[in-house]
Ligand binder design. Structure first.
Ligand code: SF4
Ligand code: SF4
Length: 257
């Protein structure tokens, strides 16, 4: 039997679901190996007999919370796709204390019709088996993950930062133009697409771990000399650091970790 795949969207622009439809030729290859049984953007049938669920969007409303718990109960493998599902994404901007009236700005007099909660990644509410970060997710990583699931292989995200891909491509570093780029702290895998087109990395793929994160922090202290508060403020755009937790401590003065 082919694995039964479903794709769901919570609070998001649904761009990551759309990226699956945009796979075109490769989508035909996937369709030969799996059955897609529930995918609102791509089909009318709805089945809840699911092996693997791909979900984009943050948990940002009471309905999202119900929906992700229901999806978790109905599937064997749950994959978060995109920055919204992996980090909370741009939805977390509503936590900015400077925007307490965001619901009135968006919905006007009808704000109370649309109950919301804090925006959270899927992993804050249910167990997640794999994550494909990015805004949107990287299509090649999606294909690789599907192949891994079909062949029983382990899928791993790259441990290195975006700078390693950027330098390999021979891009001039944006710090030479006086810009602040988050590539030293951000997980690679996007082929440094933003710096390659002259835009700074904004950490939509989340932070690297361990030694790579320590080295990135040191680079901001010694090489790029950007105030750490400024770095953390920029890391909040996609929720790479949450507004309360502070997983990235400031580097010690003088270059220590
Ligand atoms: S990660 Fe980006 S592209 Fe994907 S759903 Fe969220 S906002 Fe849209
Ligand atoms: S800091 Fe940004 S522009 Fe410079 S090498 Fe790293 S990713 Fe590229």
């Amino acid at each position: 039997m082919k694995p039964r795949i479903a794709v769901f969207s919570l609070t998001s622009c649904e761009g990551c679901s759309l990226a699956i439809l945009e796979l075109e030729d490769q989508l035909l290859e996937i369709l030969g190996a799996v059955d897609i049984v529930n995918f609102r953007e791509g089909m009318t049938e709805r089945s809840w007999d699911i092996d693997v669920a791909f979900v984009d969007g943050a948990v940002s409303t009471p309905h999202d919370e119900e929906e992700i718990r229901r999806i978790r109960e109905r599937c064997r493998t749950l994959v978060a796709i995109g920055a919204c599902a992996c980090l909370g994404g741009v939805n977390t901007l509503k936590h900015d204390p400077a925007r307490p009236d965001y619901r009135r700005v968006v919905y006007g007099d009808r704000a109370d019709w649309f109950p919301t909660t804090r925006a959270r990644p899927l992993s804050a509410v249910v167990k997640v088996d794999a994550e494909l970060p990015g805004c949107p997710m990287v299509k090649e990583e999606f294909l690789e993950l599907v192949r891994c699931l079909l062949n029983g292989r382990e899928f791993r995200l790259p441990p290195n930062p975006v700078c390693t891909e950027c330098k390999k491509l021979g891009n001039p570093c944006l710090y030479e133009r006086g810009e602040i780029c988050l590539g030293p702290l951000t997980r690679a895998g996007c082929r440094a697409i933003c710096p390659s087109f002259g835009s700074v990395c904004e950490a939509c793929r989340g932070l690297v771990d361990g030694e790579a994160l320590r080295a990135g922090r040191e680079a901001f202290n010694t090489q790029y000399v950007v105030p750490w508060e400024e770095v953390v403020a920029r890391l909040r755009l996609y929720g790479a650091v949450s507004e309360n937790a502070e997983p990235v401590a400031a580097p010690a003065a003088g270059g220590g970790s």
